[in-house]
Structure formats: structure tokens, C-alpha cells
Design a protein around this ligand. Sequence first.
Ligand SMILES: NC(=O)C1=CN([C@@H]2O[C@H](COP(=O)(O)OP(=O)(O)OC[C@H]3O[C@@H](n4cnc5c(N)ncnc54)[C@H](OP(=O)(O)O)[C@@H]3O)[C@@H](O)[C@H]2O)C=CC1
Ligand SMILES: O=C(O)CCC(=O)C(=O)O
Length: 419
Amino acid sequence: MSLFDAPLFKDAYEQLTQAADVMGLDRNILERLKYPKRALQVAVPIRLDDGSVRTFQGYRVQHNMTLGPGKGGIRFHPGVDLSETAALAMLMTFKCALVGLPLGGAKGGIEVDPNELSRQELQSLTRRYATEINMIIGPNVDVPAPDIGTDGQTMAWFMDTYSQIKGYTVPGVVTGKPITIGGSLGRAESTGKGVAYCVNFACQKLGMTIDKNTTIAIHGFGKVGVPAAQDLSAQGARIVAISDVSGAVYNKDGLDIEKCYEWTRQGKYLKDMEGVELISNAQLLELDVDVLIPAAIDGVVTKENAGNVKAKIVAEGANGPLTREAIDIITKRGGFIIPDILCNAGGVIVSYFEWVQGLQNFFWDLDQINGKLHDILKDSFDNVFDTATKYNTDMKKAAFIAALARLERAMRLRGLFPA
Ligand SMILES: NC(=O)C1=CN([C@@H]2O[C@H](COP(=O)(O)OP(=O)(O)OC[C@H]3O[C@@H](n4cnc5c(N)ncnc54)[C@H](OP(=O)(O)O)[C@@H]3O)[C@@H](O)[C@H]2O)C=CC1
Ligand SMILES: O=C(O)CCC(=O)C(=O)O
């Protein structure tokens, strides 16, 4: 199957093309950005706890490295394939460009349901994957990080395996590491915190305030959804619904987010919680709320259900949660979309801080990190908002236009195209 037949890649490329049309981008530049620079597919065989051998499919795709080393997470999820990884790598190129990082776009993953593996099996899987892709990874080449189904522990195993191959400790090969082995303060909550900052910026633009009357539904209660919920709830907003893969819980008066987090932290599913109303993931997306934060997987709002999405603000915490048709439907009815490459960029911004701190062996305090994160996101949000006004277009295309403008300048300066 061609990459362009795969839904997420097709969508990402079509959004890119639409943005290129609006800004009048040189077609040759667009042509160069069409395909990933490099894609590696690997077999990842491991011995399971029962003694049998199972082989998983793994990928690492580097989309574009004009601005610097590749950067992007590693996903362990049953939906991972080459085209999804390529699409997510492409989004990373534009995310890093949009927020002004000296980094390119990459992504990796394994087609696996991590919930089905033991801790020992997950460690074997991560180590074998790290070994198989080590030849295209490195602190100055391509630097992975956590994504769906992976976390600080995964990064620690990855870093350890890479360091064994090199013969010395290489903390800069990944970000999102535990603090003890060179991780950065604030990285774990940075993506969700960034989502909360962006929701605040959007409210300011729309003349809305965040208080006990502000209702929020969050699809996906993981590394992005939890801190976003905690931050917005601490600001006084009412988080009325959250979900995991098992379903969603709802309370019109607002959920006790810390209680929900305590529950999921023990590895329990939300559907088994007591004292809350159970609804489906699909119902959560259609709730009559002020803010909807899809923070789980891609393609959850499509042309089939976009017409039922009622939220005033849709903050794309996940990568690609809205299809291109869904974006048009929501924008036409007046919904305000905070595009993924802006909304969830807090993660890669603090990953960049972690990388820089690691290279300098000099670590910053949390106030410095959150202050810089806030300022970068504020400037980027204003840039996207102003670009949307300048080109009379929506926030989604504006984000691509702002990113493309930076990338185009860099590509011309590096000489592939006339400056
Ligand atoms: N982590 C990061 O720093 C960044 C993540 N992102 C993006 O944010 C999104 C979420 O990532 P992250 O929070 O790290 O991932 P996590 O694995 O930590 O959490 C994912 C959440 O989504 C739920 N989920 C998984 N599959 C489905 C499904 N099929 N239907 C409904 N819910 C599902 C999970 O439920 P359960 O726990 O029950 O499996 C979990 O609640 C992804 O799109 C990712 O690419 C973007 C930027 C940075
Ligand atoms: O932190 C990083 O390097 C990348 C995070 C990521 O994968 C993403 O922003 O989608």
C-alpha cells in the first residue's frame, strides 16, 4: 500500500498541501517534504515468560532533518505501522519548526499491546528494539522520547542498551528519562501542562475565563491527559469526563481528578470505578462542554461524528485526533481548534531542554523550565493566531504555514533551493 493511501499520512499530507496553497509555497519545497528522509523497519523477536518466542514489527522513521537531529517519541500500541509512524514523523518536523527548536522530525514504534506483556517482556522488547535501530539513532542524529504506551522506564532501558553498545553512558540518546539518570524536571507533565497553557491562551483570545463554570472533557487519561486535567482542575475548571481504553467516566458537577489518577495509577480501568456514571468514549467526544481535549489516539473525530462535537474549543492534545474533514466541519460551525503541532508541543519543548541540559551537564530548576515553556508556547500561539488572521485561514492551516515558513527559510539557506 502506498503511504498516500494510509489515512493518517494522507491526512497529514493533504493538510500540508492545503497550507502550502494558501501561503503560495514553492511547489519544489513541497515536493521535497512529501516523503520521509529515511525509514527503518525491524523485526523485534523476544522470548516470552512462557518460553515461547514472539516477533514484533518495529519502525523508526526520520522525516526531515534540515533544522537538526531527528526528534520524536516511541509508541508501543497495536495500531502502529509504517504509514502511521511516517505520518507522525512528518508532524514532528512541523511541530519542531513551529516552536523554533533546532530539531527535525522523527517517530518510532512497535506494533504491540503493552498491556499484554509482563515488565520483563517489555524490557526485552525495548532492549531488542534499541539494538535493532541503534545504527540510525544518537544524540546528534536522532533522539527518541516517550509516546503512547512508553514512559521514563522504557527510555532508561533504551538508554542503557545504547550505552552498552557504545561502551560508555550516553544520556543524550533519549529524552523523557527518569531524573536520576539525566532526565529533566518538568518533562513528565510538560505535554499536558502545555495543553493547559494553550487552552488558557485560546480562552483569552475568545474572551472566556477559566472558572468553576468552565466544563472540560478529556479523551485519554495518560501522560498527556492526566497533567492537563490536574492543571486545569487546579485552575478551577470542572473536568466533567475523562476516558481510557475501557470507556469514560462522567460527573456533571466535576470529577475528583486526584481520585481518578490514584485509580488508574494502580493499573485499574476507569470502567471499574465506583460512584461515577459510565459513558462510552464516543459519547465523551460529543458532550456539551466548553473545552474538549482529545488526548489519546489519532482519528477519533471524523466526518461521521464531527457534526455532533459541541465544544467551543477543541484542544488537540493527541497527534492527529481530528481528521481533515472533521476539522472543516468544526471550523465551519465556529469551533476554535488548537492544532496538535502547537497544542501538544510542550513535550518536545521540554525534551529539547532535557537534551540541552544533558549536553551541558548543567541542570535547571522547575521554575526556569516552566517559565521558558510558557514563553515559547505563548509566542508560538500568537504567531499561529496572527498567521491565521494574515492569511484569513483557520488555526490548523495557520500552524502549518508558520512552520513551513521557517522550514523554507532553512532549506533555502542550506542550499538545496535558491535563497
Ligand atoms: N507523551 C508525550 O509527551 C506526548 C504525547 N503526544 C500524543 O498524545 C497522545 C497520548 O499520548 P500519551 O498520553 O503519551 O499516551 P499514554 O499511553 O500515556 O496514554 C494514552 C491514553 O489513551 C488511551 N487509549 C489508548 N488507546 C485508546 C483507544 N483505542 N481508544 C481510546 N483511548 C485509548 C489510554 O488508555 P489505557 O491507559 O487504558 O491504555 C490512555 O488513557 C498520543 O497521540 C501521543 O502521540 C503528543 C506529544 C507528546
Ligand atoms: O519529546 C519528544 O521528543 C517527542 C514527543 C512526541 O513524540 C510528540 O510530540 O509527538
